[in-house]
Design a protein around this ligand. Structure first.
Ligand code: PLP
Length: 396
């Protein structure tokens, strides 16, 4: 008999989509997998050098629970540059990816029954972690407002139990980048109602012009004492497997995170920490530029191909590396033809008919969305999207 807690979560929807793609491939189908929340790219040279040098030096032991002092200092300098404010090392905790940074945040902020406002569609892990921490996710639907929450709707969702609001911009899965005014309104709302802001900027390095990523505290400095900045190198350096993320927050939060982490994972992997430190100290920015150029080209190629289908409006694709299609139109078509009626059905049909794997919006609280990652090899991306367009055209 397992704990009641296990009923609060299932394996993440994105992992399940990936498993379905792999199962089809293992069964001999030629599958183009557009489910991945990661970028296809070689390793940054400084990461390789930093990791190899750390191994040669014999860096095998525990580090400080929330990361090497030098790494926390380098991250404080990075956050200072990005926000235009001065941050200290004791306002930073290094974690095993952004996922652990978010989990720690939920565990140290929430009491049983506390509510957390999460705009939907949302990244699947946000509500799961709130539930595990004993809180209650409260969703505010953004689909009729271009996937950007209306501040007045957020405000209507606030109750005496609301503790925090999650802001994820650029957004996974929708690819929307919140504009300056929206961020300012959200920050002021949090100040007025005494809420924490959990600001997930894991995709902040990938905002496509004219869209600009604004760290929320740089727009409203008074919100800093109530903001937890969540970030990682998983996406920005294509290092998903290395597991280095961090949070930047008031020292009281970091101290609590440190105590919690000392009883869970202890420090993140020591070699990965040294590798990231080497990159932060000596990287010249050329790797990041190349990665961004690669994504920008993929985005352009993908948008061009997707403009040829008539089943969904063009995806926002303002930031990150996801095309998010709104398949609401399918419901009407399905009524008069054999076309799939839900995103779940569409995902299954795409895998079966076209050998193209995407993630259904149902993983993100949206029964009619479809997420396609463009962080993959350009040839595969082109072939996958062309097949997708042919297939959905046949549904119309
Ligand atoms: N936050 C968002 C919005 C994400 O999309 C992801 C990964 O997909 C994460 C956090 C987790 O990142 P990490 O792999 O660093 O744990």
């Amino acid at each position: 008999m397992l704990a009641q807690r296990t009923k609060l979560f299932a394996s993440s929807g994105t992992a399940a989509a990936r498993a379905a793609a792999k199962a089809a491939a293992d069964a001999g189908k030629e599958v183009i997998d557009l489910t991945a929340g990661e970028i296809w790219c070689d390793l940054a040279p400084r990461i390789r050098e930093g990791a190899l040098a750390a191994i040669e030096r014999g860096e095998n032991r525990y580090t400080d629970t929330v990361g090497l002092r030098e790494l926390r200092e380098a991250l404080a300098a990075k956050v200072s540059r990005e926000t235009g404010q001065v941050w200290q090392a004791d306002e930073i905790a290094v974690t095993s990816g952004a996922k652990q940074a978010l989990f720690n945040t939920a565990m140290v902020l929430l009491d049983p029954g506390d509510e957390v406002i999460i705009p939907s569609p949302y990244w699947t892990t946000f509500p799961a972690q709130v539930l595990i921490a004993g809180g209650r996710p409260v969703h505010v639907d953004t689909r009729d407002n271009g996937f950007v929450p209306k501040p007045e709707e957020l405000e209507r969702a606030i109750t005496a139990k609301t503790r925090a609001i999650v802001v994820n911009s650029p957004s996974n899965p929708t690819g929307v980048v919140y504009d300056q005014t929206t961020l300012e309104l959200i920050a002021n709302l949090a100040i007025r109602h005494d809420l924490w802001i959990i600001f997930d900027e894991c995709y902040g390095a990938f905002a496509h012009a004219p869209h600009v990523h604004h760290p929320i505290v740089s727009l409203v400095p008074e919100a800093r004492s109530r903001t937890i900045i969540i970030n990682a190198f998983s996406k920005t350096l294509a290092l998903t497997g290395w597991r280095i993320g961090y949070l930047a927050a008031p020292k009281s939060v970091i101290d609590a995170v440190k105590a919690l982490q000392s009883h869970t994972t202890s420090n993140p992997n020591v070699i990965a920490q040294h590798a990231v430190l080497e990159h932060l100290r000596h990287g010249d920015g050329s790797y990041e530029r190349r990665l961004f150029d690669q994504l920008t080209l993929a985005r352009r190629l993908g948008l061009d191909i997707l403009s040829r289908q008539a089943i969904a409006p063009p995806p926002k694709a303002q930031g990150g590396f996801y095309f998010y299609l709104d398949l609401s139109g399918l419901a009407q078509r399905g009524a008069i033809s054999t076309a799939p009626r839900t995103a779940d059905d569409a995902v299954n049909a795409l895998l079966a008919e076209a050998g193209v794997a995407g993630v259904s919006g149902s993983a993100f609280g949206d029964p009619m969305g479809l997420r396609l990652s463009y962080g993959i090899d350009h040839n595969k991306l082109t072939r996958g999207l062309e097949r997708l367009v042919e297939t959905v055209d046949a549904w119309t």
